[in-house]
Design a protein around this ligand. Structure first.
Ligand SMILES: [Zn+2]
Length: 351
């Protein structure tokens, strides 16, 4: 005896399938249903096989009912599968939900980097003087870095400022004085040597330096240039002293020692008494009790002439303060590298 293909049985099967589908809660339940209903050995195939024993006149009706059952089974399983997938996705989304609008647990405010603190303070001190603030490139041509500043090729000063060269012959600037050359050239070419020139610039400089307590291969400088008829060395010394006293307090000692730079004449090195050892002598001041915090001087006549200025009529001065050393002194850092190490113990102290 074959399968029961009576319309009543087919309708009962349809109802049973509907009930099972409703109860299927997991993907495993559905897999079992697929095996029972739609696989090669499943009910639907079995029923179709029985069709050949059905009398010819009943065949169309039975076949139509069987088709109805097959479609209902296939579509039912498929839609239940989709529903289960979407439920799983919803569950995953809600379990991984992250409310980005929730306030974060407080981690404390950040602080301003020592270098930026010094740069901001100097800029603030200079504000009443009316300096224009400019930026210059860190990768320079040797013209702006050396040649235009009275440091021709083979000049021994180039050895003192050994730096990093690119394959195209450019240099990482050894001093921010290169910005001074660019400013003066711009005034000479485009502004008919308009005076006064009062420009401040700060940023990184690089030297092929053996690192020690007071030297790093990359350091920061604050450069200032002032060109105007009648300027003397007294103006230069006065301005630097003013900046340093504003930065460190009136009691801090400032002195100037003679220096040599090819681009200034005369040249002086501003020094302050070491804040780490209070003048006693320590590694950060090389045992001297004094720290040289930059280079300065009256702009060399050759440099003035290079930029179409007459040294008989116009004078000017320039200085580059070592921002890294100033920062080291401001926060009593025994080693210059500490300025760049982003040690939280140091950064946390800074307001
Ligand atoms: Zn010292």
């Amino acid at each position: 005896m074959g399968v029961d293909l009576s319309p009543q049985n087919i309708k009962e099967l349809m109802a049973r399938f509907g009930q099972q589908l409703k109860e299927a809660r997991t993907r495993d339940d559905l897999e079992l249903m697929k095996r029972d209903w739609v696989s090669k050995e499943g009910f639907v195939k079995e029923l179709f096989k029985g069709l050949r024993d059905v009398p010819a006149e009943e065949k169309p009706t039975v076949a139509a009912l069987l088709n109805e059952l097959r479609v209902a089974v296939e579509e039912g399983i498929e839609s239940r599968e989709r529903a289960l997938r979407s439920e799983a996705l919803q569950a995953q989304l809600s379990s991984e939900y992250l409310d980005v609008s929730l306030p974060e647990a407080a981690t404390g405010l950040g602080s301003i980097h020592p270098i930026s603190v010094v740069e901001d303070r100097i800029t603030e001190v200079l504000r009443p003087f009316g300096f224009q603030s400019v930026m210059g490139p860190e990768i320079e041509t040797s013209y702006y870095c050396f040649d235009s500043l009275n440091i021709p090729k083979h000049h021994p000063a180039r050895d003192l400022q050994d730096t990093f060269y690119t394959e195209t012959g450019h240099v990482l600037r050894t001093h921010s004085t290169s910005v001074q050359a660019r400013i003066l050239q711009h005034r000479a070419i485009f502004e008919n040597c308009r005076l006064p020139v009062k420009v401040a610039s700060y940023g990184r400089s690089y030297r092929n330096e053996k690192e020690d307590a007071s030297h790093t291969a990359m350091f920061h400088q604050y450069e200032l240039v002032w060109v105007e008829p009648g300027l003397t060395l007294a103006h230069l010394l006065g301005l630097i002293t003013h900046i340093l006293k504003e930065l460190y307090g009136k009691r801090r000692k400032v002195r100037f020692t003679p220096r040599f730079y090819p681009y200034t004449e005369p040249s002086v090195g501003p020094q302050i008494d070491c804040s780490v050892c209070r003048g006693e002598g320590c590694p950060s001041c090389g045992g001297a009790g004094w720290v040289t915090i930059g280079g300065s001087g009256m702009i060399h006549p050759n440099v003035l002439r290079e930029f179409k200025l007459d040294p008989e009529k116009v004078s000017g001065f320039a200085f580059g303060l070592g921002t890294s050393r100033l920062a080291g002194q401001l926060y009593n850092l025994p080693h210059l590298r500490a300025v760049y190490e982003n040690d939280l113990r140091i950064l946390k102290e800074i307001v």
